[in-house]
Design a protein around this ligand. Sequence first.
Ligand code: ACM
Length: 635
Amino acid sequence: MNKFFLIAACTLLCLGVLAQPATPAIIPQPVQLQQGQGFFTLPATITIATNSKEALPVAQMLGKQINKATGFNYAVKEQSEKLNGALHLVIGNNIAGIGQEGYQLAVTTTDVQLQANTAAGLFYGVQTLLQLLPPAIESNTVINDKSIAWQMPVVTITDYPRFGWRGLMLDVSRHFFTKQEVKDFIDNMVKYKYNMLHLHLTDDQGWRIEIKSLPKLTTVGAWRAERTGDWGTFTKPTPEEPKTYGGFYTQEDIKELVQYAKERFVSIMPEIDVPGHSMAMVAAYPELSCTPGTYLVNSGDRFMIWPGNGTFYGTIDNTLCPANEKVFEYLDKVFEEVAALFPFPYIHMGGDECYKGYWEKSDAVSALMKKEKLKDMHEVQSYFVKRVEKIVRSKGKQLMGWDEILEGGLAEGAAVMSWRGMKGGIEAAKMNRPVVMTPNTHTYVDLYQGDPVAEPPTYSRLLLNQSYKFEPVPDGVDPKLILGGQANLWSERLSTVRHAEYMLWPRGLAVAESIWSPKEKKDWNSFLKRTEAHFDRLDAAATNYSRSMYDAGFTVSKDATGNLLITLTKQVEDVVLHYSFDESFPDQFYPVYTKPLTVPKDASNLRVVSYRNGKQVGKQIKMPIAELKKRSERK
Ligand code: ACM
């Protein structure tokens, strides 16, 4: 081929490639997206115009983020007529088919038009719009890199959510997260169109909300002896030991958080977890226990024992006494103040994992059972839940609880949050009750996201590919009763924001897509590609996340002669696994895993690392052979 022709062909090809932007990586996947030719390039000065006062704060948030990262100086203006070359945020008049949270986004080479029926819809459109810009737009400081083209591809998007309840639960009891950290959490969750922050405000390890009529809940209940290390192995606190770890939100703090969330179209649902998980309350007011004694806020020492068959028992009574009228008087005060602080219509009362062994030994509970004709401990708990439901209703709110509130009979008017899989949700829906699906099989983002030998200690396993299979509406259930879904971030073992972020992302992306996007739009391979693109965005935002999806998984069996057979599994199909048995660190020049491995005689460890295109993408995992032997012997 003629050299000149070759260069010309190559140039045209290259220009063609450059002119065709990469497919946008939007999470959650929009309902409809059509990509055109070319880009809209952000000019250095521009006006973000909106036709409505209501949308002005949304336009300002967009301008602020653009200015922060680019160093541009975008003005925001309320103005009804179209401005040339502007970004337009328009609240329309009954735009069909997109509901109250949907939006339409049209990017051309000359302008950007975002339309919605509400400011909330515009806000979600803004999140999509930011995802069309380069990852550096997520930066909290000005990026002075001249090579960055502040461009977005020409696209037309129509988008709206599948569910109205798109929740994230943050446990601020086991470890306390400051008001600013909660605000940052809200900023991160809205990027993926979550709209519900469920705050787990009370538990055995701390009471985190000021209740003015019961001051000891926070002077005593919000503080515990400090421990660091492997949760569940800590020594018990002593009465004289200083209680230095903890904190709580004043009522002014709560008002500020509720307002901050509202400005970002997020509702906050408070949870007061009773009658179990109540050690902090009992430490503050020991008279609320059926078991007299001195109680201390738990510091991470183990007092609930899980023998492994789904049952559990407590070695300290961490429950409120259902046979003590004072308990209901106190809870009336608590819910009175809580109801006044949170505009959201539901209050969550927990109700989970209540060990009833101490109730069984209580004369007061026996007398209550006789008086109320309660035949077992489930009915005693149901009695308690029904009393709480009445209190909550008297404050003008509806009760929600974990699926244990079904046991012994569900209280009238209560909604159920299904966590032990989907079955509690299915049962509640059959009773025509509203349900939020948060199954631990798919949405518990505090669980292991890779092999336990290579991850910080936690409980059972939930890989990203399993999270992505979350489908909130089970077969045979009326979808209207499923309010939506939620990911739960329990914090027993998460003492820092960095660790919390590591657990939440990217599984929080998988759950976000499962509750926003149409079921038929979900596609694991597409999600993986987009997730990888979002790693760059999370990096730019200095948000932590886990790359464990690249790591090898291990399954073990025995061959016909009883030798171990190790199968390595992958979540990301195109990574290459390299391994060693000789105690050296494998790299891309080591053997490639192609079929189940047998262990060389006397080898102690198998090391595995994942590569793609000559670059290490996963952690190097050291798996003891003794551990694999142990696993192979487990039934
Ligand atoms: C729960 O995970 N105990 C609701």
